[in-house]
Design a protein around this ligand. Structure first.
Ligand code: ATP
Length: 458
C-alpha cells in the first residue's frame, strides 16, 4: 500500500530527516526544499542507479557535468528566450498570480479553491518566462548576465563536438548528465513535485535520421523498465502520448511516463524525439545541412554540430532522443511506493519504507544491546567499520540502547537490515540480523557476516 495522502509523506520526511522546507527558520521560501541526512542518501542512491544504468552498463554513452550558468545566446537558440513561458493571470482583487492552464486546481489565498471564489477578478493570460537570471562579473547593470539553466540538456548539445572529438564516438551514441535545473514556477506545489530548484537526469541519445522512431520506442520501454527496477509498480505507471498541439517547439513526438502521485497522476519523466532541432539550432553554417526542423538563423556559433556518414562521406545533423527524468519527482514516487503501514499485533502498528535495498539511505544499522557497554560498543564499532569498508553505502552505529525504538526508526527510514550485538555475541561470536520487511530475526556467525551482507546487496 502506498501512502494515503501527501501529508503522511511530508510528515515522515520531516520527522525522519528526508526533506525540510528550505530557509525554514526564516519562514521558508515557496518551491524550495532541502534534503536532510536521509534524503540526501536516497537521492544520491537514485542518481547513482540512473548513472549505472545509463553510463556504466552501456557501451554507447558518455557522461558530462557542465556548468549551470548558461550564456543567453545558448538559450536564445534553444528557443527558451522566446517560448519557455507559462500563461500567467493576476487576480486584481487579492493580487495573487496563477497559471492560467491550472486554474481549476489552484487554491485561493482566501481559502478554498479558486474556482469557488466569488470575488475573484482575473486578468487575461499573458506569457511569463520561467528562467532565472543572474549578473555575471562585478558590474550589475544588466549588460552581462547569465541564466540559471532551466534544463540540463542544452550544455550537452553545446559540448557535442568536444565529446565527439575527445572520445571518437560514432552515431548512435548518447551523452548523460544529472544536475540542477531552475524554473521560476508560478505556482510551486505538491511538496517536491513542482519546485523552483530541482534536479534532472537527462540522456541525449544521438541517432541517424530515419532510425529515430525505432530508438524512441526503445527508450520508452527501457525507461519504464528502469522505474520498475527501482521498485515502482508497473500499474502505477502510465505512458501518455502528448497531444500534437501540446508538443514543445522542438518535438516531433513526446511520450510522458506518468506516475500515480498522492495528489494524482502526473509526469515523472518525458521521452521526446527532439529531431535535429537542437544540434541544427546551435550549429554554424546551417545552410550546408538539410535541417528538417525550423531553426533560427545562427551567426554566433563557432562550430558545426554535424557528423559524417562514413559510406557516402556526407555530413549530416543527427536526431536526438531524450529521456528526461526529474530526480525530485523520482524521490517522491519512490517514497510513496515504499510507504507502508502494518499492524504488528492487536494494538500496535508500524510504518515502514519498503525501499529496494540499493536505494535505502542506510544499508545496515549495527546496534549494541546495551548502551555504553564497552565490550558491546567496541565490537559493534568494529562490525560497522568492516561493513562500511565494503563500499555498498552508509552503515550506522546506533548506541541509544533502546532496541525497540531503533527498529522502529530504521523501519521508517527503510534500513533493510539491523544487526544486534548482544551478550551472547561475546560468547558465541554470532549476531542477530533482523529483516525490515519480514521482521524475521536470525543468528549469523560473525565469520560469515560480511559475505551475508555483500550477498544481500548484490
Ligand atoms: P510539467 O509539464 O510537469 O511542468 P515539463 O513537461 O515541463 O513538466 P520537462 O521539461 O519535460 O517537464 O522536464 C523533464 C522532467 O523534469 C519532468 O518529467 C519532471 O520530472 C522534471 N521537472 C520539470 N519541472 C519540474 C519542477 N518544476 N519541479 C520538479 N521537477 C520538475
Amino acid at each position: 500500500m502506498a501512502a494515503k495522502t501527501m501529508e503522511e509523506l511530508v510528515s515522515l520526511c520531516k520527522r525522519r530527516g528526508f526533506l525540510f522546507q528550505s530557509n525554514d527558520i526564516y519562514g521558508g521560501i515557496k518551491g524550495l526544499y532541502d534534503y536532510g541526512p536521509m534524503g540526501v542518501e536516497l537521492k544520491n542512491n537514485l542518481k547513482q542507479a540512473w548513472w549505472k544504468s545509463m553510463v556504466y552498463e552501456r557501451d554507447d554513452t558518455e557522461g558530462l557535468d557542465a556548468s549551470i550558468l548558461s550564456a543567453p545566446v545558448v538559450l536564445k537558440h534553444s528557443g527558451h528566450e522566446d517560448t519557455f513561458s507559462d500563461p500567467l493571470v493576476d487576480c486584481k482583487i487579492c493580487k495573487s498570480r496563477f497559471r492560467a492552464d491550472q486554474l481549476e486546481n489552484s487554491d485561493c489565498p482566501r481559502g478554498g479553491l479558486l474556482s469557488d471564489c466569488k470575488v475573484k477578478d482575473l486578468t487575461e493570460p499573458r506569457p511569463f518566462n520561467l528562467m532565472f537570471k543572474t549578473a555575471i562579473g562585478p558590474v550589475d547593470d544588466g549588460s552581462s548576465f547569465a541564466y540559471l539553466r532551466p534544463e540540463t540538456c542544452q550544455q550537452i548539445f553545446t559540448n557535442f563536438k568536444n565529446i565527439l572529438d575527445s572520445t571518437s564516438r560514432t552515431v548512435p551514441f548518447g551523452i548523460a548528465q544529472m544536475g540542477k535545473a531552475f524554473r521560476n514556477e508560478i505556482t510551486p506545489r505538491n511538496f517536491i513535485f513542482r519546485v523552483r530548484e530541482f534536479e534532472q537526469m537527462e540522456l541525449e541519445f544521438f541517432v541517424v535520421p530515419g532510425t529515430d522512431d525505432k530508438w524512441h520506442e526503445y527508450w520508452i520501454d527501457k525507461r519504464i523498465n528502469w522505474w520498475v527496477d527501482q521498485g515502482i509498480k508497473k500499474e502505477n505507471l502510465k505512458t501518455i502520448e502528448v497531444e500534437k498541439s501540446e508538443l514543445a517547439h522542438y518535438s516531433k513526438r513526446t511520450v510522458d511516463i506518468n506516475y500515480l502521485f498522492p495528489h494524482g497522476e502526473e509526469e515523472l519523466e518525458g521521452i521526446a524525439n527532439r529531431t535535429d532541432f537542437d544540434l541544427g539550432s546551435h550549429t554554424k553554417n546551417q545552410n550546408e545541412f538539410k535541417i528538417e526542423s525550423k531553426v533560427m538563423k545562427n551567426s554566433s556559433s563557432t562550430t558545426k554540430l554535424a557528423v559524417q556518414n562514413l559510406e557516402e562521406k556526407k555530413w549530416y545533423i543527427p536526431y536526438v532522443i531524450e529521456p528526461s527524468a526529474g530526480v525530485d519527482r523520482g524521490v517522491l514516487a519512490l517514497l510513496n511506493e515504499a510507504y507502508k503501514e502494518e499492524n504488528t499485533d492487536k494494538d500496535n502498528k508500524r510504518i515502514l519504507l519498503s525501499l529496494k535495498p540499493h536505494l535505502s539511505p542506510i544499508k545496515a544499522a549495527v546496534i549494541p544491546l546495551k548502551k555504553n557497554n564497552d565490550e558491546l560498543v567496541n565490537l559493534s564499532k568494529e562490525i560497522k567499520s568492516n561493513l562500511q569498508k565494503l563500499g555498498l553505502g552508509r552503515v550506522v552505529l546506533e548506541n541509544s540502547g533502546n532496541i525497540g525504538k531503533n527498529y522502529r526508526r530504521h523501519d521508517e527510514i527503510g534500513t533493510p537490515i539491523c544487526i544486534t550485538v548482544d551478550f551472547e555475541t561475546l560468547e558465541d561470536k554470532s549476531v542477530t540480523v533482523r529483516d525490515r520487511d519480514t521482521m524475521e530475526q536470525k543468528r549469523i556467525n560473525l565469520d560469515g557476516l560480511e559475505n551475508y551482507y555483500r550477498d544481500y546487496f548484490n
